[in-house]
Design a protein around this ligand. Sequence first.
Ligand code: SAM
Length: 270
Amino acid sequence: MDETEQSTHWNKTAGQAWVESQGMVDELFKPIEDLLVEAVPAGGRVLDVGCGTGGTTVAVARRAESVGIDVSEPMVEAARARAERAGADVRFVRADAEEHEFEPGSFDTVMSRFGVMFFADSVKAFANLRRATADGGALRLVVWRGAEDNPFMTTAERAAAPLLPDLPERRPDAPGQFAFADAGKVRGILEEAGWDDVDIRPVDVECVLPGSALDTYITRFGPVGRLLPDIDERTREKVVEAVRPAFDPFVRGGEVRFGAAVWLVTARAS
Ligand SMILES: C[S@@+](CC[C@H](N)C(=O)[O-])C[C@H]1O[C@@H](n2cnc3c(N)ncnc32)[C@H](O)[C@@H]1O
């Protein structure tokens, strides 16, 4: 997907899926929220990049002044509604974090849960985020390691491939879920963008989904979920029938469990 496709993707199909399934996403990635939020020093100013429906932005507001930025209108709308429901004093900006003119040095921590792998020009984006960070501030990101380390994430497309010849191939060199899988590349991006003390370490996090949410996950998320609304009813049913049993190895006692293989990336603005 190119830059325009990314924006359309998050403003349309994917954005809607994330908004409608925000409860499922919150529960699924709560352990990763904890990895980010628990390390944020109390009392500072935090920017949550690619904040989506604002789960992590609202969670971090318990400790610090919190601002979320996201390119997706429906997701930012959902994030604002969430903050209002929670009575949290959080500000959301609907903009591309690569381009947005932040006030220089206005944040002490820049954090993101899976929201930074979609930039057209990652060096430009992280240089922009560096300018937004005060000297002495910190960067703290969680991004996916490779597809080969995350078999759960590609189960649907492997099972559906024979029925969906138009399924786009994953391109790790293009913006997308696995664009930050190569730790050497991520280090290079951050150093070129002006970040210091870059540290990238693997973390394996157990994630749990109620069994009842599996069909939603299959039909709304990832490359298969993206394609399903555009295909005829009969093929759609066949795809779901082919894909569901492929997840059997992850189903245990009414729950779906898988390991998320991620990088915890930290850096300093010195
Ligand atoms: C995988 S979702 C993660 C959402 C959220 N951080 C979470 O964990 O629930 C990726 C998010 O990044 C946002 N995004 C993608 N490109 C962006 C950009 N250039 N600037 C700001 N947000 C962006 C998308 O709209 C989407 O909400």
